[in-house]
Each structure stands twice: as C-alpha cells, then as structure tokens.
Design a protein around this ligand. Structure first.
Ligand code: NAP
Length: 458
C-alpha cells in the first residue's frame, strides 16, 4: 500500500508548475534505468514531460491500485510484542504493517522568509512550488526573493512579461551554461529502434556527470577550473561591471548546488530587472524596504526561497523500539542512518533518500533505484523469516557514519566557505553522499544480513 498525501503521483514534478520549470540533470539519465524514454523532447526535459513520464510508468507497472491518495502519514509506531508497525494518517486512519518504507523526499514543504511586516503586504504573494497561474503577471511590479535553482528558471521566463522585476539576492549562485538542446528526430528514432544506442548515450552522460565528483569531493582545488569558466561565463553574459560584481559568488564553486542556465544572466541585464543585494528590512502594504533605506513598490512577491529541509522524516513521527522517537535518537548522534536506509532501533523500517544519500552532481533517480534494490532484498529476507524483524546493528551504523563524516569534512560542501541547506546547525553535512554514485551502487548491490540483528517478535 502506498500512502500519498496529494491527489496524484509525481512529487516535485507535480508540485512545481512555475514557468520555465525543467530538470537540470539530462533526462536520459534522470529517468528509470528499466524504463528508457526515447522520446524526450530535449536534453533537459520540461516539468510536464517528466510528470507525464512518471504517470505513464505508474500506469504501465499497474501501481495506481496500490495508491491511497489524500492520505498523509502522521506517525508510525513499532510494536515490539507483535513485531509490526502501526501507521496512522493525519485524518486518524490506522493500519498495521510488517515493513514500512518512507519515500517522502526532502524538498516538498515550502520555506517562507521571516521578513518583518510581511503580513501587512496587500499585494499577491506565492511560493515557486505553489505557483498561482491564475494571477496575471503581465505589467506587474514583481519582487522575487531568492536566487536558487527554482528562481533562476522562472526569473528569465517572467522578466519579459512583468513591468518591473526586483530580484532580492542574499547569496549569488554559481551559474554555468546549460548544454540544453532539442533531441533530433534521428536520435529519437535511433533510441527507439536500437535501444543499445540510448544505453550508450545514458552511460556517457552518467560518466560525464560523475567526473564532477573529482572536484566536489576528491580535491576541491580542482574546482578552480570550473570557477574560472563560470567567471568567464559571467563576463561574457554581463557587460555592466557593477552587476558582474553583484552576481559573482565569494565561495568555492560547488559549495552550493551549481546551477545551469543560459537565460538567467541575460535576464538580469534587462532594463526592467534589478538585482538587489541589500537585505530586506521590512515589507509595507505595497512595497519592500531594504537595509539601505530604499523603498521599492511591488504588486506581488514571489518566494523562490526553497524548502524546509529539516530531516528525512519531515513532519512524521516515527517511534521505534521502546517508543523512542527517531528525532530523539538523532538529537544525540546527528541525523544518521546506515547507507541512508536503516536506522538502529527502528526494525523493519527503511528510508529512501535518507541521511547522506542526496546528491549535488547527478541524477537522484540513480540513488533511489540503488536504495529500492537494497530495500527489496531486505524485504525478501524478512519475509523468509515469518514474524522476524531486521534492525541494523548500532556499531555498524556508527562506523559507517564516522567514515562518511571524515570524508565529508574535506569536501567542497563543508570546505568551500558557504552556508547551505546541506549542512546541519553544527555545520555537519547530513544531506549528501560523499563520493561517486557507483560506490553507493556497489555498497547497496547486495543486502548484508550480517549487518543487522534478526529478532523474533516477543
Ligand atoms: P534553494 O536552492 O534552497 O534556494 C533558495 C534561495 O532563497 C537561495 O537563494 C536563498 O539564499 C534564498 N533565501 C532563502 N531564505 C531567504 C531569506 N530569508 N531571505 C532572502 N533570501 C532567502 O531553493 P530552490 O531554488 O527552490 O531549490 C531547492 C532545491 O530544489 C535545489 O537545491 C535543487 O536540489 C532542487 N531543484 C532542482 C531543480 C532541478 O532542475 N533538478 C530545479 C529546481 C530546484 P541563500 O543562498 O543565501 O540561502
């Protein structure tokens, strides 16, 4: 049974409907290995194509009858006597299950900035992940807060429509040229009739993306080359030295997600676009006032301020053995799991995209497939031992995380001189996998029962 809080499948690709929304990982890699799509229209497919693809897959594999839409899980509680989980939805429905897999994803709850006076604003406000397509942006004065992966996609799309766009930037992102193009009819036909060619193409993209790990995690000094290219890209795209200075980051490239767009910098050079780097002091009924005392009128505020990234459990409460809530466990250790999948003290409970299995350089679908393969083996193992539970050994989890953290300390995400949502409040990276994804794939290829305690229900 799959519990889904929304009324359709698709997650990110269902919720993010802003103009210009597209994947920044090439689609031939950002798709399932077992379900190649020869018909991607572009190297980087737009949102609606990805959403359609996901819906087609759900239908083809007959998953929809297993879905319970409009069912948000509030909590899951482990019953050690019976060896099962009691799962409760926010509307109070309750089911029991031997195995629970959390696949909620990290970036779904919008984060709104705490700006003094924001509640006084009388114009329109919405978040990039809750785009209001009914609101006509034509000839409006629009304030955009945030310059992350979402904003750099919708700013170029709306800049030609609005009368004025004030872009409030706290930290400039590093932006590189996006090697996007339409897929040709010949390529599509080749991929369709000679599937091996698409596999080859996908493989090429995989290794090209994977090579970035050399700079991100092996030796951040290698990022100097990428940084030089990014500066060249800024200089080529922007003539105004003042604007160039504003958009040039002061941290190592890769420390935050590297963004890709050929339209973003040209949009910033438009006469009706201003990049504002002074912090927002307050919001009034019809304007925003920055720290330097300048007041700018606005009809609408669009938040491109990202998501509440708390931990991989989101608002759910998960109670393991002896009724301990998972966050209580993480209060002492930090947000940790074994392979990002199993947490000691939470038997027969598995996470997808758990701690330290996010990526900054390539397709997350690759990681999800590796995790699903691992979890499925664990599930089969449990089913072979009726009424048994699998609980990862605490010392296994500890050793795994000690090694992982020592590798991460050297990586650009920690050493690159930026603040990002990859790091927790102690500056520890609890989000990203520290290495090549093929290493993760190798480590999850075979489930290792020895790393787990197998217990019978009491
Ligand atoms: P984001 O990358 O977290 O960017 C949020 C932006 O808002 C940052 O520029 C941030 O500034 C700014 N911000 C946040 N709070 C602020 C405040 N109080 N005042 C002023 N500025 C504030 O969020 P996102 O752009 O929505 O993207 C989130 C993630 O979604 C990405 O990292 C990526 O993983 C994913 N994404 C992927 C794609 C794709 O194509 N695959 C596309 C879009 C998004 P600071 O940098 O100073 O914090």
């Amino acid at each position: 049974m799959v519990y889904e809080k929304a009324h359709d499948i698709g997650g990110t690709w269902r919720d993010n409907l802003y103009p210009g929304c597209a994947c920044d990982v090439p689609s031939h890699l950002y798709s399932y290995s077992f379900e190649p799509n020869p018909n991607w229209s572009r190297m980087f497919a737009p949102q609606h194509e990805i959403w359609d693809y996901l819906r087609r897959c759900a239908q083809k594999y007959d998953l929809l009858p297993h879905m319970r839409f409009g069912s948000e899980v509030a909590s899951a509680e482990f019953d050690a006597d019976k060896g099962w989980w009691r799962v409760t939805t926010v509307d109070g429905r309750c089911v029991t299950a031997r195995i629970v897999v959390s696949g909620i994803g990290a970036l779904s709850i919008p984060a709104y900035p705490k700006v003094p006076g924001i509640e006084r604003f009388e114009g329109k406000t919405f978040h990039s992940a809750r785009w209001d397509s009914d609101y006509p942006l034509l000839d409006k004065r629009v304030a955009v807060i945030g310059t992350g992966a979402s904003a750099i996609q919708f700013v170029p799309a709306i800049a030609p429509i609005v009368s004025q766009l004030d872009l409030y930037q706290r930290t400039p992102p590093w932006v590189l040229s996006k090697p996007d193009r339409a897929m040709t009819a010949v390529e599509k036909a080749l991929f369709k009739f000679l599937p091996a060619t698409q596999k080859l193409f996908r493989g090429g993209i995989y290794w090209w993306m994977e090579s970035r790990v050399l700079g991100l995690a092996v030796d951040p000094r290698a990022m100097k080359l990428a940084e030089a290219y990014a500066k060249f890209f800024i200089n080529r795209s922007i003539k105004d030295p003042k604007l160039r200075r504003k958009v040039t980051p002061d941290y190592t490239i890769g420390c935050k997600r590297i963004l890709m767009s050929d339209e973003y910098y040209p949009a910033l050079t438009r006469d009706n676009v201003d990049v504002i780097t002074s912090g927002i002091r307050e919001v009034k009924e019809h304007s925003l006032v920055t720290e330097d005392g300048v007041e700018r009128p606005a009809d609408a505020i669009i938040y491109g301020t990202g998501f509440q990234v708390s931990d991989p459990i989101g608002p759910m409460k998960i109670f393991g053995v002896q009724g301990k809530e998972v966050r209580e466990t993480w209060k002492d250790s930090g947000t940790e799991a074994y392979l990002g999948v199993s947490v000691a003290g939470f038997p027969n409970f598995f996470l997808l995209l758990g701690p330290n299995t996010g990526l900054g350089h390539t397709s997350i679908v690759f990681m999800i497939e590796a995790q699903v393969n691992y979890v499925m083996q664990a599930v089969r193992h449990v089913l072979k031992h009726p009424s048994a539970t699998l609980d990862v050994k605490p010392e296994v989890q500890l050793r795994f995380n000690q090694k992982l953290q020592s590798r991460l300390d050297e990586a650009v995400w920690s050493a690159g001189g930026c603040k990002s949502w990859y790091l927790d409040e102690f500056g520890k990276n609890r989000t990203l996998w520290p290495s090549f994804t093929f290493e993760y794939w190798m480590r999850t290829r075979k489930f290792e029962p020895m790393k787990y305690a197998l217990a019978a229900a009491r």
